[in-house]
Design a binder for this molecule. Structure first.
Ligand SMILES: Nc1ncnc2c1ncn2[C@@H]1O[C@H](COP(=O)(O)OP(=O)(O)OP(=O)(O)O)[C@@H](O)[C@H]1O
Length: 356
């Protein structure tokens, strides 16, 4: 549905040229929710704005729905953009227009007859559950409601693609969840392709099918959200994953004297991640499900004792995964064999250290 081929963007200025986007290649499939995550200044806005040519790339080609946008003149581009909706961090609503008139705006520009506009706006209000706010002005709405208006306006001309530029960054966590839920809902219902940029891993984890990590204008990592989340390769990606998946060691565990090698009487602190058995990932062996009685297997097979310190079950979009922080107690060989066994069984095991 979307294809970027060697897309580049350099901003030229007297103070010096900034290569905001270096040869970038991305392919987004129809109906997919594709996330682009990066720190401030990484090039996210530049990248997403190149998709609808709000920023004209200084090199490369942009294809959307089979058409090359980089080869179009202004008139052709205006028409092609009707197929690409966009929502923004600060909503960009017209303050002097009601909710109804904000949503109607792009349709008026297209020259749609009045009665048809009214019909379409009513449909859209229903879709974003704002029917009772049609006559309100933006200043009378909450942030979440404003973004719902933004979404309705972006969908007015039935686009196949929706670009989301940090659409939830100005919202509180609860409202963020409800907007993400709405985006998931319209993605499914309308088979809408969504590309979203964000600096929040929480957002990616909640709704994306695939994700690309951008740093200094370069895509440094890309893959299924599940894979990037559970097996991050690059340092920046690991940092992003940590923001939502950090291991919290309770104060009762004495980490001051933690060592990375065994000593007599030591307990090995490990974090076990149980991935859903159904998710095989890209070229990945079937992994152990959260239902696998791993802990009791270790106790029986290797004569160790396992003490569960904490645990939780979370979701990556719809896929459950569980984490358990445990201490393995036993002799040096028993502990080493347990670690080996768990790894071979496909459980992701992170060794934290030996504590006394
Ligand atoms: N219009 C412009 N003129 C000159 N430089 C620009 C312009 N827009 C962006 N830049 C520069 O390009 C680089 C990438 O910026 P961009 O806004 O794409 O990053 P970002 O990842 O979206 O950051 P943020 O999350 O802070 O918005 C930055 O160094 C920025 O200063």
């Amino acid at each position: 549905m979307i294809k970027l081929v060697d897309v580049e963007k350099t901003y030229f200025s007297k103070a010096g040229d900034i290569a905001a986007l270096k040869k970038t290649n991305i392919e987004v499939k129809e109906g997919e929710i594709f996330g682009i995550i990066g720190l401030s200044g990484a090039g996210k806005s530049t990248l997403i704005r190149c998709i609808n040519m709000l920023e004209v790339p200084t090199g490369g080609q942009v294809f959307v729905d089979g058409q090359e946008l980089t080869a179009m003149n202004e008139g052709q581009l205006r028409k092609a953009r009707q197929n690409i909706g966009m929502i923004f961090q600060h909503f960009n609503l017209l303050a002097s227009r009601t909710v109804f008139d904000n949503i109607a705006f792009p349709l008026e520009i297209q020259g749609m007859p009045k009665e048809k506009i009214a019909e379409r706006v009513r449909e859209l209000l229903d879709l974003v559950q704002l029917t009772d706010r049609a006559d309100y002005y933006p200043s009378q709405l909450s942030g979440g409601q404003k973004q719902r208006v933004g979404i309705a306006r972006a969908l007015a001309s039935n686009p196949k693609v929706l670009l989301s530029d940090e659409a939830t960054s100005a919202l509180d966590p609860q409202t963020t969840k409800s907007i993400l839920q709405l985006l998931r809902d319209i993605n499914k219902r309308l088979n809408l392709t969504i590309v979203m940029i964000t600096h929040q891993m929480e957002v990616v984890k909640e709704i994306c099918d695939r994700v690309a990590v951008i740093e200094n204008g370069v895509i440094i990592e890309e893959g299924s959200m599940y894979k990037v989340f559970t097996e991050p390769q690059e340092e920046t990606t690991k940092e992003f994953v940590k923001t939502v998946n950090d291991i919290k060691i309770p104060p009762m565990v004495d980490t001051e004297s933690m060592k990375q090698t065994y000593f007599p009487g030591a307990r090995l602190l490990v974090n076990l991640t149980f991935l859903d058995s159904g998710e095989s990932g890209e070229g990945k062996e079937k992994s152990a499900g959260a239902d696998q009685p791993m802990v009791s297997a270790l106790i029986k097979k290797f004569g160790v004792d396992v003490n569960i310190i904490s645990g939780k079950v979370d979701y990556l979009k719809d896929t459950p995964y569980g984490t358990l922080l445990v201490e393995i107690m036993g002799d040096e060989k028993g502990i080493a064999d347990s670690v080996q066994y768990a790894k071979e069984a496909g459980v992701k095991l992170e060794v934290i250290g030996y504590v006394g």
